[in-house]
Design a protein around this ligand. Structure first.
Ligand SMILES: Cc1cc2nc3c(=O)[nH]c(=O)nc-3n(C[C@H](O)[C@H](O)[C@H](O)COP(=O)(O)OP(=O)(O)OC[C@H]3O[C@@H](n4cnc5c(N)ncnc54)[C@H](O)[C@@H]3O)c2cc1C
Length: 434
């Protein structure tokens, strides 16, 4: 049945007949066919869009950058509220480093705008990821150990609620709403903009390091133990390559410090953690090079994949061996390892809706077609006896079990309670979202 668009939204609507529709219908992982994509430019237009969607009783998706791994930022036959026209990035006050970032901006645009000010916001590892999806869930990237998650420095947000109200929340106004925005934002409304305290960041060290790893997991255990006590300027993210003649951990190490000697001192020991060092290249650079404008592209379902993840404290012999068992299976599996800890663990578990503040390692596992969720579930089984949590943004098939892993115990109870207060009819949670 065609949707009866209100007059004030007609010029914001992209229908299947519109030339723009092919680049707006889908997400990074999923090809979709929504009935309409709405492109609000203001909070008021976003509120009108939410009210229209609420009454239309068809699937509703909220999209910022379209990089969500579950494809939940589009749907078939329903309404997509796409915030890409709301993409301003503005330094509000250089001295206090307060930055206003609209949800539809990409992290490449944020880094590029802040770079000339000598400022940065700890975000993810990819410039095309949208502000809204990352900053409402966590945000673990190249600066995680140095400056924490993206959500850790959110000081205020503007949220369009399910009843169309536009609310600004900060520590003194609707603090429960701000608490939920920082980790479970999609459960309470459409966050249209964030005020985030950036950090001073100038030159940094960036290194590529390849080390051979053993299948018993000893190298991974040593890497994790090393990172757990390393100065927090150091963050490493890597991928396990186990299909060649050697098993290799290919790491990118970032040192948030300008001094070449300090950078060298933090990077060189990493090469000694493996069976042998295979390659190492280090250079000075700037944060925008890591979340680059070159990453920007439309999301048209180009990367179908199935992803899950697990969080660990410092790896033990057993958990490291379990990760290696997963990585060497015959499935087309890709295992990424990311450092957490450092500044991520400065906040108590109850401070935000992201509860995981005692973990050191995030392991992310993906399979690609023709393999799918059954293959992934079977492949990652060895992880679960050792995992102590999960990050919802690297989960493509949210289930009760994965949601409980991401929102455990009292934090999960508080998320559910605040979501009931701000969205009593479940307008934003009627479909599972990553
Ligand atoms: C290539 C790639 C690299 C990645 N790297 C990292 C990384 O380094 N670190 C990391 O932490 N994550 C990373 N991610 C995961 C990323 O955090 C999530 O996929 C995130 O949801 C993407 O944000 P988006 O705005 O592009 O998502 P979208 O697809 O637009 O949205 C995903 C979901 O988030 C919710 N949402 C989006 N915008 C809003 C909003 N404004 N208000 C309320 N809810 C909203 C909705 O439920 C939506 O369905 C990566 C993902 C990909 C595909």
């Amino acid at each position: 049945m065609p949707l009866d668009l209100p007059r004030e939204l007609r010029d914001r609507a992209v229908l299947p007949t519109d030339p723009l529709y092919p680049t707006l219908r889908s997400t990074y992982t999923t090809f979709s066919s929504p009935a309409v994509v709405l492109l609000p430019r203001t909070d008021v237009e976003t509120a009108r869009s939410v009210m229209f969607a609420r009454d239309a009783r068809v699937p509703l998706s909220i999209r910022s950058g379209g990089h969500g791994l579950s494809g939940s930022s589009s749907n078939d036959g329903g309404i997509v509220i796409d915030l890409s026209a709301m993409n301003a990035v503005e330094v509000l006050d250089r001295e206090s480093r307060l930055v206003r970032v609209q949800a539809g901006a990409r992290w490449a645009e944020v880094a590029e705008t802040l770079g000339p000010y000598g400022l940065a916001i700890s975000s993810g590892d990819h410039g095309n990821v949208g502000v809204g999806g990352l900053a409402t869930a966590g945000g673990a990237g190249w600066l995680a150990r140095s400056y924490g998650l993206t959500i850790d420095r959110i000081r205020a947000a503007t949220v369009v609620l399910a009843d169309g109200r536009i609310v600004r929340t900060d520590a003194d106004h609707e603090p429960d709403l701000l608490w939920a925005v920082r980790g479970a934002g999609d459960r309470v409304g459409v966050v249209t903009e964030f005020e985030i305290e950036a950090v001073e960041l100038d030159v940094i060290g960036i290194a590529q390091i390849a080390i051979e790893v053993d299948r018993q997991g000893e190298t991974l255990r040593r890497w994790s133990e090393h990172l757990a006590t390393a100065p927090r300027e150091l963050t490493t993210n890597g991928v396990l390559l186990t299909r060649g003649t050697d098993d290799v951990l290919q790491l990118t190490a970032v040192v948030a410090h300008p001094d070449p000697d300090r950078i060298r001192g933090l990077i060189e020991p990493i090469a000694g953690l493996g069976v042998r060092a295979l390659a190492m290249h280090a250079q000075l650079g700037h944060y925008p090079a890591l979340v680059s404008r070159n990453h920007l592209h439309p999301n048209v379902g180009q990367q179908p994949s199935t992803t899950t993840n697990a969080l660990f404290p410092t790896l033990t012999a057993e958990s490291a061996r379990a990760i290696m068992r997963v990585a060497v299976q015959p499935a087309s599996i890709l295992v990424q390892l990311r450092s957490l800890g450092g500044a991520v663990n400065d906040l108590p578990a109850s401070a935000t809706a992201f509860a995981h503040r005692s973990h050191e390692v995030l392991a992310v596992a993906s399979v690609f077609p023709p393999e799918g969720i059954r293959d992934l579930d079977a492949a990652v089984r060895p992880l679960w006896p050792h995992a102590t949590g999960a990050y919802r943004n690297f989960e493509s098939h949210p289930t009760t079990a994965t949601v409980e892993r991401a929102f455990p115990g009292a934090v999960g109870d508080r998320v559910a309670s605040i979501a009931r207060t701000y969205d009593p009819d479940g307008v934003f949670t009627s479909t599972d979202r990553s």
